[in-house]
Design a protein around this ligand. Structure first.
Ligand code: ATP
Ligand code: MG
Length: 306
């Protein structure tokens, strides 16, 4: 789980240039009680640590266009300009991404493919503001992400991006509804229980709100993760092999949900090794050795039949 070592989110810390005015004391109190009840669980597992870092509390910062509404369809959601990511291991330099330039429109549904080690997750981590490029510029929904502090990156993540991973990353021994509430706690949002239940209903799990992750099937756990990703109403969903651990029936269910989210205006970017999954995308980008080697609009896009 390289993401954990590489992610830049830090728990705590506040930046004072506030436009989002949640009373800090209320927010801290809520956070404290949440941390008290799930903290031990969340930091004692890989999945928990991942969730923990994704939903970092982040202070009050101004994020342009961060109103939780989908961007203008056809406007630019993502602009990468000459982005490289270089890992240095002693004397050896590894270019995980090599001078990548890429634009993705708001409202697009993009599949990223490529062999193992080609840089897909590295790309996703940068797009998701979990990591920053070594070189080059990244604009996300009009925000120049390059020079931002950890706090500001956390704010962008919380407000604009919903994450879905291959291994679900739910916090164990914590009910579905509490898992879905987590990002709202960090974002300082009110009405959490109702919104969490609503998100679970949206993914077809209205009857499972009190279930613990280990009482749910893999496909259901991934649907909880999608509910958690959408509950803050992000403009973009990033999914790193969201169907990698699922059977073909659950794969179709998850793709159906991602397509619905895309139909409602969200930009969706997913990594997959499966041609079948990529066939649902509006655009397929292939990486090799840290470079984009193919970028195409499939002529016969697959449709999900009810
Ligand atoms: N934290 C790190 N430190 C050093 N090298 C890394 C780190 N993370 C990734 N790499 C290297 O960068 C390259 C790209 O890795 P990445 O995880 O992006 O590949 P990927 O396309 O997602 O592969 P997979 O399909 O196996 O998930 C690989 O060669 C990998 O070994
Ligand atoms: Mg990967």
């Amino acid at each position: 789980m390289g993401v954990i070592a590489r992610s830049r989110g830090a728990v705590g810390g506040h930046h004072g240039c506030g436009v989002r005015t949640y009373p800090q004391s209320d927010r801290l109190e809520t956070l404290r009680s949440f941390i008290y009840t799930i903290g031990e669980r969340s930091t004692s597992t890989v999945a928990g640590r991942m969730a923990w870092q994704l939903f970092t509390p982040c202070g009050d910062l101004r994020v342009e266009g961060g109103d939780g509404k989908p961007g203008v369809i056809g406007g630019k959601m993502i602009e990468l300009d000459g982005v490289s990511k270089i890992y240095r291991m002693g004397d050896i330099e590894l270019r995980a991404l090599n001078n990548v330039s890429l634009k993705i429109d708001s409202g697009d549904l993009v599949a990223m493919m490529g062999p193992s080690g080609s840089g897909k997750s590295t790309m996703m981590n940068i797009l998701g503001c979990l990591d920053v490029p070594t070189d080059g510029a990244y604009r996300l929904d009009g925000n120049d992400v390059g020079g931002l502090s950890d706090n500001a990156l956390a704010e962008i993540r919380n407000r604009k991006i919903g994450f879905v991973f291959q291994s679900f990353n739910l916090i164990p021994r914590t009910s579905a509804v509490r898992n879905v509430e987590l990002p709202m706690v960090y974002a300082g949002m009110g009405g959490r229980r109702d919104k969490a239940v609503e998100a679970l209903e949206r993914v077809g799990l209205g009857g499972r709100v009190k279930h613990m992750p280990n009482e749910l099937s893999g496909g259901q756990q991934q649907r909880v993760a999608i509910a958690r990703a959408i509950v803050t109403d992000p403009v973009m969903i990033l999914a790193d092999e969201p169907t990698g651990n699922l059977d073909s029936t659950s794969t179709v269910e998850i793709m159906k949900l991602l397509i619905e989210l895309n139909d409602s205006g969200r930009t969706v970017i997913l990594i997959t090794h499966e041609d079948e999954v990529a066939s649902f995308a509006k655009r397929v980008i292939t990486l090799r050795d840290g470079e984009i080697v193919r970028d195409e609009i499939p002529r016969n896009r697959a449709a999900i039949t009810p």
